[in-house]
Write a protein of this length. Structure first.
Length: 68
């Protein structure tokens, strides 16, 4: 998924050059920032185990009540 994102950003970079955008440092810095924003958010969200769902919480409460 992240590889697809980087390919799309590379296509946007190539398209901007083909459209006549000036290859200035500020343009490349903006495109690099855009290309790193989505993967960084994805990696921040991806860490750790997912929280328990409502169904899992209800099932655990029912299981405790049956054991008593």
């Amino acid at each position: 998924m992240i590889a697809v994102w980087f390919v799309l950003v590379a296509v946007v970079m190539a398209g901007s050059l083909a459209a006549g955008a000036a290859p200035k440092l500020s343009t490349w810095m903006m495109l690099v920032a855009i290309s790193l924003s989505a993967p960084s958010v994805f990696l921040l969200i991806w860490r750790g185990a997912p929280p328990a769902t409502v169904a899992e919480l209800l099932h655990s409460v029912e299981a405790e009540q049956v054991r008593r």
